[in-house]
Design a protein around this ligand. Structure first.
Ligand code: FE
Length: 159
């Protein structure tokens, strides 16, 4: 009887593993929520203003508009991988610009009608950090221009 039970357990566990393993890369992002006070203690005043209060850094002022190292630009709030140096291009705008995110599921887009303009806001899908905006005047292959604040990003160098 015990043998049958163990055999059944192995079958169930094996089925569970077989189900879980292919889904690991497709894991749903665990949403991160913090109070303004918590974010203030984790971010610089500029990072807080831009990511939590939807601010914009002055053009040509940030760390990454003229940055050309190989690597990944992660969310300054939660570390989620957002943009690759491979998709970075010279937009001439003074903000780091990319033609695609690393993964569409890592960003969230929202209609933004502030400042008398209709734009599409780009946010971190995990911690809701305001990143910047996306426009449809980018280069091939997507034709998109993700115009992102340097202060919303943290660069991680890769070989
Ligand atoms: Fe984030």
């Amino acid at each position: 009887m015990a043998t049958v039970k163990i055999f059944a357990l192995i079958l169930v566990w094996g089925g569970y593993l077989g189900f879980m393993l292919p889904h690991q890369s497709e894991q749903k992002l665990e949403h991160i929520t913090k109070s303004d006070e918590e974010w203030k203690s984790l971010l610089t005043a500029e990072q807080f203003y831009i990511t939590r209060k939807k601010g914009t850094e002055p053009p040509f002022s940030g760390a990454y508009h003229n940055h050309h190292e190989k690597g990944v630009y992660t969310c300054v709030g939660c570390g989620l991988e957002l943009f690759s140096s491979k998709a970075k291009f010279e937009s001439g705008t003074g903000w780091p610009s990319y033609w695609t995110p690393i993964n569409k599921k890592h960003i969230r887009e929202e209609r933004d009608v502030s400042l008398g303009m209709v734009r599409v806001e780009v946010l971190c899908a995990r911690c809701d950090a305001h990143l910047g905006h996306v426009f449809d005047d980018g280069p091939k292959p997507t034709g998109l221009r993700y115009c992102i604040n340097s202060a919303a990003l943290k660069f991680v160098k890769q070989p």
